[in-house]
Design a protein around this ligand. Structure first.
Ligand code: 0O2
Length: 229
């Protein structure tokens, strides 16, 4: 049942994106200047947050002689995805709507070797007095039904322009290498075009997520032993 619904949702999403492509040019041209300016603010916010993580990585590598960050990826949501999300919420394509109602225009994904690193980084970032937490979803403590794990934070950070300071929202996804491996492959498999994802396959993926979480736990325990030597 669940996989049927997922397929229906996928088809619906593809249709929406197709129709969005047709109207994208027209809409974006009409609001090109303000829209491009807004996206540039989000890019600045991503630079700010990425730097904060790089600074933390530097500090922890000096202090503990190892890096809590394996990789950092940033992305700005694509125009068709922005339009799709607005349409899903019955909102017009408008910079105010985008800023007020869409939290993941700017996204940053940080992967870490161990689950402890995820929480250490999140805690250190949220302690900073220019980082405001808007929403937190802990899919590590409470994994999604399909097995997905990650710590999601929506934060607002200031960007300093020539004549003003603006608060911009950024979605942060923190996860271990194992969680990232699972999520990347799950995404590839689930959204493969013209393919019916069966219930059996969903079960198999869920079991892979459980095994991957068990591996994270074992590696974490091993790390503790090594560090206490
Ligand atoms: P993309 O291209 O990665 O950005 P909201 O954004 O608040 O409206 P929601 O559902 O509350 O929507 O957000 P949530 O649960 O915090 O998750 C959003 C993002 O997390 C997704 O973004 C994915 O990147 C990731 N994610 C969530 N669930 C899954 C999952 O089951 N599998 C995988 N592989 N990734 C997941 P987008 O918008 O889907 O796409």
């Amino acid at each position: 049942m669940r996989s049927e619904r997922a397929n229906e949702e996928r088809l619906f999403k593809e249709k929406l994106i197709d129709s969005a492509n047709e109207i994208t040019l027209e809409i974006v041209q009409e609001k090109a200047v303000e829209f491009r300016r807004l996206l540039s603010y989000y890019r600045c916010a991503l630079m700010e947050v990425e730097t904060k993580f790089r600074v933390l990585n530097e500090e922890f590598s000096l202090k503990y002689d190892r890096n809590p960050i394996s990789s950092i990826k940033t992305r700005i949501k694509s125009v068709p995805s922005i339009i799709e999300k607005l349409e899903r919420r019955d909102l017009a394509f408008d910079v105010d709507n985008i800023e007020n109602y869409i939290n993941d225009i700017a996204g940053i994904r940080v992967t870490c070797p161990f689950p402890e690193d995820v929480y250490l980084l999140a805690e250190s970032l949220l302690k900073q007095d220019d980082v405001m937490l808007i929403r937190k979803k802990d899919y590590i403590e409470n994994p999604k039904e399909n097995g997905y794990r990650s710590l999601h934070l929506i934060v607002a950070v200031p960007i300093y322009l020539a004549h003003e300071k603006r608060l911009m929202k950024v979605e942060i996804q923190l996860r271990t290498l194992a969680m990232d491996f699972w999520a990347s492959l799950e995404h590839q498999l689930r959204y493969k075009k013209d393919f019916d994802f069966t219930e059996e396959m969903a079960k198999e993926l869920f079991e892979c997520a459980e095994q991957s979480a068990a591996l994270d736990k074992r590696m974490g325990e091993l790390r503790k032993k090594v560090m206490s030597e």
